[in-house]
Design a protein around this ligand. Structure first.
Ligand SMILES: [Zn+2]
Length: 687
């Protein structure tokens, strides 16, 4: 009996080990390569800890490939980003073991005391929340900068690192630096620079970075090194490897490095006992909130270098150092109300409205509640005081309720049974734990969402924004996607603030959208689960919409990236006669529904061969302005260079961009001048 129980348990454990390894590998990829984590560090560490425990219990599950045995890799060789040469580290670049538990520090101390007879001290320093870097100096010059990579091989980011002001290209002459040495540290982005960068990204309609660490890591891997100097990156160095110099302690080595002109943290402290370390941790757990940059813990190192050498390393980390991590910053605030947002596909997302509260340098007003199960698990009541935490996602989440502050009359937050927009009873998608409004053809939010998706840049790229769709929809001009192509100038003239120019721009853009290839049209239809790539795969395999409509399940499943869910969705979509009718109307309007018909548009390409950079705020959204430029054959540049033809400057256009344009002789034009330009009319302000 016991044997059977044991075998079942073991089987389960081995399966769990497999699952955890897969999950952690995917989180490593999100974190180190994409710079876009989807879970908090704390959640990650819990998974890692579970895997370590299980592997310890079942040593036969050992694998050198397990995430417990490897350093998370930031190497950009998997097609996400390319352009960096890879270089072998002279000494492996490991990561630190870490803990959230003071008790484990006592155990760490215990292990070291068993390994030595001599007395020793510790060096404690702030753990900067950035991205690791390894610098090599030869004869006082910065020779090379490598990322951690997979610990053995790193990306060569020397050109980029040279743009970071706090890293010297040359060390102080006569300061006594060794002929060749390595020094490691962290590149990080202070809050001020982070906020500025995200503000600019918002203006540019680029997705913002989730936190300063991702921003630093993402910036370091920019392919255009000229952009780096604007990013406000800083560096702090914490580990010197200089074999030819006989330093006794880590403290002494860093002090020397500072005297050569290298940036070394001013906050480190030598501690004689674990109690002193605990006091240092306590002090910084609150003091760190006043620092202008993010710290996520304290690094504790054995200070005596000979003892470090005799303690050595595990496969993944040094035995003479560990990190104590602070729990993510959280804030307590009042839950005012919950909005239930209806997405384009009908998914309902609960979003909490909070009393504004300061958290990690920003004011938080809204937080995600994910789904009904999450709300149930939190047992959330309206008016509750809740803890919010910033995880990997940009929108913070509610982690728990402060039950002690709940009022007796507080009412439990009920997930709606009906769509908040159209009143249709919701259905639950078991796989995704999400609730959906099934009324996809008449639910106003879903309908509007469909138009917004249809006109988006990756689909039909039509020169209009959400506000336009909102108006057209509420005036009853558009119900089906095909209604867009029936709009008249007379109807458009009734829209708020629309004049002749906006009307003709919009109508031209609709006309031009008819040149879009089949896969874009297919993507634009907004069939659930059809993303950009699947649309391309389906278009490639079936060639035209008629074959796709007639395809059976088996044929659909034989297409790359098409699974059961997607096959169901496609068949369901075409089973609806209203959809067939709408597609016929789009076809008669002149849209392309087969690959053969795909051809290059002959647009009014007055901007062909020109590169334009846009900056600031315009009468239309930046996205619309970019579409407008592209629809006239122009290219959008991300930064000003000597290859830029025009800087289109709107209100609040960045001063540095203007100066750069002037310096390089790039012509600065206004939005109105852009319109003149595309119509081949002379610019009034030409000089
Ligand atoms: Zn609805």
């Amino acid at each position: 009996m016991l044997v059977i129980f044991w075998t079942v348990k073991k089987k389960e454990a081995i399966q769990r080990i497999e699952t955890l390894r897969k999950e952690l590998n995917s989180h490593n990829h999100n974190y180190y390569v994409l710079n876009n984590p989807v879970i908090t560090d704390f959640e990650y560490d819990i998974l890692m800890n579970e895997l370590q425990q299980l592997e310890k219990m079942y040593p036969e599950s050992y694998s050198a490939d397990s995430p417990t045995q490897k350093v998370g890799s930031d190497l950009s060789s998997d097609g996400v980003q390319q352009g960096f040469a890879q270089c072998r580290h002279k000494y492996p670049m490991l990561s630190l073991s870490n803990t959230y538990d003071l008790q484990e520090l006592y155990a760490f101390n215990e292990r070291i005391s068993k390994a030595t007879e001599k007395s020793w001290t510790y060096n404690c320093e702030l753990k900067f929340d950035g991205t690791a870097i390894c610098l090599t100096y030869v004869n006082g010059s910065l020779e090379r900068a490598l990322t951690r990579g997979d610990g053995t091989v790193g990306d060569d980011v020397t050109q980029n690192v040279r743009q970071i002001a706090s890293i010297p290209h040359r060390l102080k002459e006569g300061s006594g630096y060794p002929a060749e040495f390595e020094i490691r540290g962290e590149i990080f982005m202070p809050y001020v620079a982070f906020d500025k960068l995200n503000y600019q990204r918002e203006l540019d309609e680029d997705p913002p970075f989730a936190n300063p660490r991702n921003a630093a890591a993402g910036s370091l891997k920019l392919l255009d090194s000229k952009q780096i100097s604007d990013r406000g990156l800083e560096c702090t160095l914490y580990h010197l490897i200089a074999p030819e110099r006989d330093f006794k302690t880590h403290t002494e080595a860093l002090k020397e490095a500072a005297s050569w002109g290298l940036p070394v943290s001013e906050f480190s402290k030598e501690c004689n006992s674990i109690d002193e370390i605990a006091a240092y941790i306590n002090e910084w757990d609150s003091r760190r909130k006043t620092l202008p940059f993010a710290t996520d813990g304290i690094v504790i190192k054995v200070n005596q270098l000979d003892l470090q050498r005799s303690l050595g390393f595990t496969a993944k980390s040094p035995r003479w150092a560990t990190a104590y991590k602070f729990k993510a910053e959280e804030a307590l605030t009042k839950l005012l109300s919950i909005d239930y947002q209806v997405g384009r596909t009908g998914a309902i997302t609960p979003v909490a409205n909070l009393e504004p509260v300061q958290l990690s340098g920003t004011v938080v007003k809204r937080a995600s509640l994910h789904n009904s199960e999450q709300m149930e698990a939190l047992d959330i009541h309206l008016g509750d005081y809740v803890y919010v935490e910033k995880g990997g996602e940009i929108i913070p989440k509610i982690t728990r309720v402060e039950f002690g502050k709940r009022l007796p009359e507080a009412v439990k937050a009920e997930f709606p049974k009906n769509c908040p927009d159209c009143g249709t009873p919701l259905v639950k998608d078991e796989d995704e734990a999400k609730s959906f409004c099934p009324n996809s053809d008449f639910c106003p939010m879903q309908q509007k969402g469909k138009f917004i998706h249809f006109i988006s840049r990756k689909a039909m790229n039509i020169n209009a924004g959400e506000a336009t769709i909102e108006q057209l929809y509420s005036k009853g001009y558009i119900k089906e996607l095909s209604d867009l192509y029936k709009l008249t100038s007379k109807e458009l003239a009734t829209l708020d603030k629309w004049k002749e120019k906006s009307i003709s721009n919009f109508l031209n853009s609709l006309e031009e959208s008819k040149q879009n290839p089949f896969h874009k049209v297919l993507f634009g239809l907004g069939i659930r689960y059809i993303g950009e790539t699947t649309a391309k795969n389906l278009a490639g395999r079936f060639g035209n919409i008629d074959s796709l409509m007639q395809a059976d399940r088996e044929q659909l499943l034989a297409t790359e990236e098409v699974g059961e869910k997607l096959a169901d969705s496609i068949m369901g979509y075409f089973a609806n006669p209203a959809h067939i009718k709408m597609i016929e109307e789009l076809r008669s309007a002149g849209l392309i529904f087969s690959e053969e018909q795909d051809h290059k548009g002959s647009l009014s390409e007055t901007l062909t061969g020109k590169t334009l950079v846009v900056s600031g705020v315009f009468s239309i959204s930046r996205e619309e302005l970019k579409k407008y430029i592209e629809s006239h054959g122009g290219k959008i540049g991300s930064s000003i260079s000597k290859n830029t033809d025009y800087l289109v400057a709107g209100e609040k256009s960045g001063e540095s961009k203007m100066q750069k344009a002037q310096k390089l002789g790039v012509q600065v034009i206004s939005e109105d001048e852009l319109y003149l330009l595309t119509e081949n009319k002379p610019l009034l302000t030409l000089f």
